[in-house]
Design a binder for this molecule. Structure first.
Ligand code: 26Q
Length: 808
């Protein structure tokens, strides 16, 4: 390792020379980045090999986290930090006249995810490694990550993200570890001596090739593996694949169909779209991942009878749930086990996290699609369902409705969440309220059947990326005040509470905030040519654009503020910059219209001399991890305003809190826990409770138009959407207007508007009291350690996976 500067510089210059065949002074920043990343990778590779050896020799239980998305972001700086080489590297490069950040900016970003679920998986990878937990990730190596967002005339346009085009320093292709995944074809059954055999014939074989990426823990020598699978055609010299008896066209069609599997990440979140390719991706990942785990396990143990004692398989939402029938297939067809033995092993190995309660996000696949693509898996799911319904019938004779609700196959569809619950030993939600809603409504019947399966694991975020990496100045300040122990034990941040009343410390925290705001202002200047005032309140709503997240509520309030300012230009408010960022699913028209609305209101404000004195609205293009790392440290106010009961947890809320922003938020997801942790006086809450929302849903009773008629301020802004006074086409927002009034405002924007406006006034008042505001910030930082994903992962390890740290 290179903890000393001299040592680092020597190794870096050597690496550069051997990689590029020239001296560092002749290289581009990209060349320099590659040499640096290559050097760090070499160090990590040695620790990696050692970690794997330790796991193997000690024969410890290992956990595999299956996720269709990972939002890793850039990793060079994290890897430097985690391997304790950051200082030596920064200084050594400095001596060479090179600025480290110029190199880290060269790293293409691994954006293999669309939002919270993918970023959670990446935070979990970091925490597992940092806690010495033998835990690995399994996913897909998409050739194109999350689309790049451009704003054209106020609208979102999507461009491809070919993140691999210049190579990826961090991945190791492992062709020797490739496996075959089979699609389509048919099953021929045969009885041999009373044993039924299943032969899969006429299938399309796909070669799954793993690319391994190291995941380095923080200062602990542990390096785990994120294994991403790439789909390739079978080698020409195998007897599988359409080579013999096929013509050129058939071979090329085969090639195209195979390569499409790991071609693109689907950019939809929280909305299910029944595209067959998506199911193909899911089985591809589940089967490849499982085959490689099984192969290694058998090599070490010879048999799979104790599989569940040494392996835990976790599924991040239902997307990888075909893992359940796939494990059954391997145990029965390939290992010759009985159904009952196989089922016992499977259901003691798999655990499942649910991330949503919204019906449109629940996955279901038409049974005939499922059968055609995965004929053997279909047979197994069919049998799982038969046995399950039989069990239900014994327990609830005659209760048809209940049984239909709980069955895996119903109404011509395979219901993936039901399969996940039946096939796993643990089901968890991602925040307390979310788990309660699962138990009392969405999965109520399953909870009644097996209450002990259900548990809560509130989400978390890695404080190493979201505080240490994203906000180095604040981190130094914290360490000066309370020492460095919080870096390994985030809950030690609580010690900051004693500094909250110290005006000198508070002043320093405020100064760091200002510096971070200036950095964001510079970014905005550079990328958009717009000027924002770093002394205004930075009020941020950055997340996927979705109706339930209610960006439109935020906009309605801005329009209301504008009306009040027009009426009274002397209105005494602190200038505010409303910062938005986020992507809309390409097929989600309402979300795309929300982006247009934000940009339209931004334009309206800019055009008015009275308004632009006091407010500014900006929509930042192409939200992604590296942009979040600039926005979050600069925020004063964190907007977490989803309709109560709809946001399973939220994790952006935690990132902002950790960086000293004050939350304005609804009683939803993890907001509720953040508020009770930080204290109600340090959180600005508003709006309906989850119970109130659910009661409205159940009993009706909500009348959007009545609310609109009763509140003149609200009526005015809603009317302005269609009055023609916004700088956009007159009909542009007609659909939105109708959604609010004709279709009775499904997400209760109008109902919550009044309370939200009051909460915003409260924010303004609190901010005016500088000392008070600073105290609130410090309290937020101090309590944020509770939401480190280290705590979350520890709870998964103890409460679900039963895996132990391996220290060496
Ligand atoms: C599924 C099938 C077909 C196409 C797309 C999908 C799909 C893909 C991604 C469905 C959902 C997602 C992502 C969901 C997501 O990000 N959910 C968020 O998960 C976070 C981590 O638990 C929570 O904090 C958020 O509340 C939740 O919205």
């Amino acid at each position: 390792m290179f903890q000393s500067k001299a040592h680092f510089t020597k190794a870096y210059l050597e690496k550069f020379q051997s990689l590029h065949g020239k001296g560092v002074e002749e290289g581009s920043n990209r060349d320099r980045y590659e040499a640096l990343a290559g050097l760090v990778r070499d160090v990590i590779a040695r620790l990696w090999a050692r970690t794997n050896r330790e796991y193997m020799e000690r024969d410890v239980k290992q956990v595999y986290y299956f996720s269709i998305e990972y939002l890793q972001g850039r990793i060079l700086l994290s890897n430097l930090m985690n391997t304790d080489m950051l200082q030596a590297c920064r200084d050594g490069l400095g001596d060479l006249g090179i600025n480290l950040e110029d190199l880290t900016d060269q790293e293409p970003e691994a954006g293999l995810g669309s939002g919270g679920l993918g970023r959670l998986a990446s935070c979990f990878m970091d925490s597992m490694a940092s806690l010495n937990i033998p835990g690995h990730g399994c996913g897909i190596r998409y050739r194109y990550g999350m689309f790049k967002q451009k704003i054209v005339d106020g609208y979102q346009a999507e461009l491809p993200d070919p993140w691999l085009k210049d190579g990826n320093v961090w991945e190791f292709r492992r062709p020797d570890k490739a496996v075959t995944v089979r699609f389509g074809g048919h099953i021929r059954e045969e009885d041999v001596g009373g044993i039924r055999l299943f032969h899969h014939e006429g299938y399309q074989p796909v070669l799954a090739v793993p690319y391994d990426m190291p995941v380095a823990g923080y200062h602990n020598n542990t390096v785990n593996t994120l294994r991403l699978w790439s789909a390739e055609v079978m080698p020409i010299d195998t007897d599988e694949g359409p080579y013999s008896n096929s013509d050129y066209i058939q071979v090329m069609e085969y090639r195209r169909s195979v390569e499409s599997i790991s071609e693109i990440l689907y950019p939809d979140d929280s909305r299910y779209e029944g595209r067959v390719l998506r199911l193909k991706q899911q089985y591809f990942m589940a089967s490849a991942g499982l085959q490689s785990i099984v192969r290694r396990y058998k090599k070490r143990h010879g048999t799979l009878v104790d599989f569940h004692e040494k392996i835990a398989l976790h599924i991040n939402d239902t997307h990888p749930v075909v893992l359940v029938p796939e494990l059954m297939r391997i145990l029965i067809d390939e290992e010759g086990m009985t159904w009952d033995d196989a089922w016992l092993i499977t259901t003691n190995t798999v655990s499942y996290t649910n991330h949503t309660v919204m019906p449109e996000a629940f996955e279901k696949w038409p049974i005939d699609v499922f059968k055609e693509l995965l004929p053997r898996i279909h047979m197994i799911v069919y049998e799982i369902n038969e046995r399950w319904c039989h069990e239900l019938w014994n327990r609830y004779p005659g209760e048809w409705d209940r049984i239909r609700e709980m069955s895996i196959i119903a109404d011509g569809f395979v219901h993936m969440a039901n399969l996940a619950v039946v096939g796993s030993y643990s089901v968890n939600g991602v925040a307390k309220i979310h788990t309660e809603i699962l138990k009392k409504s969405v999965l109520k019947r399953f909870y009644e059947y097996s209450p002990s399966k259900f548990n809560n694991k509130t989400n978390g975020i890695t404080h190493r990326r979201w505080l240490m990496k994203a906000n180095p100045d604040l981190s130094s300040l914290i360490s000066e005040a309370i020492g460095k122990s919080w870096m390994a034990h985030a809950t030690d941040l609580l010690r900051l509470k004693s500094c909250a009343a110290d005006p000198v410390f508070a002043e320093k925290v405020a100064l760091v905030k200002l510096t971070n705001k200036e950095r964001l202002a510079d970014y905005i200047k550079k990328t958009m040519g717009q000027t924002i005032n770093p002394h205004s309140i930075f009020d941020c709503q950055v997340k996927r654009i979705h109706n339930y997240k209610r960006q439109v509520l935020n906009v309605l309030h801005i329009m209301d503020l504008a009306n009040r300012l027009r009426e009274n230009p002397a209105l005494d408010i602190t200038p505010r910059t409303f910062i938005f960022a986020g992507k809309a699913a390409p097929g989600y028209y309402a979300a795309k219209r929300t982006i247009k609305l934000i940009n339209t209101v931004a334009e309206m404000v800019d055009a008015d001399p009275v308004l632009r004195e006091k407010i500014k609205v900006v929509f930042l293009e192409n939200y992604r991890v590296s942009l979040a790392e600039i926005i979050v440290p600069a925020a004063d106010v964190s907007e977490q305003i989803s309709t109560a009961s709809k946001e399973a947890s939220g994790t952006g809320n935690m990132k902002f809190m950790m960086n000293g922003a004050v939350t304005i938020g609804t009683h939803d997801g993890a907001n509720i826990e953040i508020r009770s942790e930080v204290g109600t006086e340090n959180f600005v809450a508003f709006g309906l409770t989850p119970d109130e929302v659910m009661d409205f849903h159940k009993r009706g009773g909500y009348n959007a138009r009545a609310v609109y008629e009763a509140n003149p301020r609200l009526k005015l802004v809603v009317d302005q959407l269609v009055s023609g006074e916004l700088p956009a086409g007159r009909d542009e927002f007609l659909g939105l207007y109708d959604g609010l009034l004709q279709h009775n405002d499904e997400f209760f924007l109008l109902e919550d508007f009044g309370d939200y406006a009051i909460a915003q006034e409260q924010i303004d008042r609190l901010y005016k009291d500088k000392a008070r505001w600073r105290q609130m910030c410090i309290h937020n930082i101090a309590h944020s350690g509770e939401f480190s994903s280290d705590n979350t992962i520890w709870e998964y390890a103890v409460g679900i996976w039963q895996v132990k740290p391996v220290i060496f």
